[in-house]
Design a protein. Sequence first.
Length: 399
Amino acid sequence: MTERAPLSRKLSSIAESATLKVDAKAKSLQAAGRPVISFAAGEPDFATPQFIVDAAAQALHDPANFRYTAAAGLPVLREAIAAKTLRDSGLEVSPSQIIVTNGGKQAVYQAFQAVVNPGDEVLLPAPYWTTYPEAIALADGIPVEVFAGADQDYLVTVEQLEAARTEKTTVLVFVSPSNPTGSVYSAEQTKAIGEWALAHGIWVITDEIYQNLVYEGARAVSIVEAVPELAQQTILVNGVAKTYAMTGWRVGWMVGPQDAIKVAANLQSHLSSNVNNIAQRAALAALTGPQAEAEEFRVAFDRRRKLIVEELSTIDGVSVPTPLGAFYVYPDVTGLLGREWRGKRIETSLELADLILDEAEVAAVPGEAFGPSGYLRFSYALGDDAIREGIGRLQQLFG
């Protein structure tokens, strides 16, 4: 009997999302009755605002929403996204330059598919979101990590990017505010990087999903606002998930030059067609409705940000840069490594994450998921009491 043909080598080489894996393990333990506190998932704990839910409920009564619609998204939603892009990213675009996607992840995937050719090198500032290198690989590109540590607030420089650039470099990933670090590039840093990319003809894929979650008067200046000429070689990725507590609604989008959007739209027409129409109507309400609750979410995240930084900073061996955006803190935990805790010798942040889950019943994502070892990512998108309890357990473990 002839042996079965093998599975796809490309897909077999792709790793499972580390953040989702840790969160799934935490939820499994919680379901088994363990009092696990999870800082793993980047998911707001708030309910989606009621006016958005009401818009979705109303959309259920319109039979037009039961049919196929334009694969690139409802025209009215694309108009609202264009208005948001002008307001928050300083870029004027037409609705034809926008594709509505099934969450920001699909937009990220399609962005790389649109501009990466086999063997192209993609500069990937690290620490990075765990999905980026896998999405680059799926486009047959080669991720080239450019690391900036806690001493740089996790922000790469033009000099570092130039040192990593080769004749095969065609794309730069630019994320501000960052997942996993919460770091925000200044307007000056953003402009310098944008001018460098423009000078070398490098595409920029900029993930702006956290642009409305900034603190201490910071502003996440879009790279196309800092360098308007760069718009012809930039794809912007965004969505409603984080700002409006709509992770499960799965509505994101990509914005870019007409030629890049056309090839991505052709891909989506075969890949998924239109995003769920009810969810699109909900996203429309989010973007065009009152923003008071979104601001309340941001204020709550700011309070939690201060709390978790303060509490983590009391642990000897933990260094905590203060994030200015998103809802993550990314402490350097190298001071806890190379030591014995509860009878176990801990050498890596992966081992450290396993230790704190086993011994303190706290879930965090190890730095290996985002680049080099020596770090942990904590999401503070959970309640104040849970933050106090969870970090309190770590204070006891490492006290």
